[in-house]
Unconditional design. Structure first.
Length: 77
């Protein structure tokens, strides 16, 4: 089953490239100061044939997740 997670990129890289990807990611994301995320509100994303219930993240520093996403999307377009 899908366990709680935050999807930042999908699809990502083949499993055989995980170690190389982790090295690249670490070198770019280690510059980001630690931040907290809390989940206080349920939301519903309606698809054509199904729905996805999710928890809306709240960040201690606004737009940090968007910055992480933008960095990763630039590394793995």
């Amino acid at each position: 089953p899908p366990y709680p997670h935050i999807t930042l990129l999908c699809p990502f890289v083949p499993a055989s490239d995980f170690d190389a990807a982790a090295t690249i990611i670490r070198s770019h994301l280690e510059q980001i100061e630690p931040f907290d995320i809390s989940f206080k509100r349920f939301e519903l994303f309606r698809n054509r044939s199904s729905n996805t219930l999710y928890l809306e993240p709240e960040e201690s520093r606004q737009n940090t997740l968007q910055g992480v996403f933008a960095t990763l999307a630039g590394l793995f377009p």
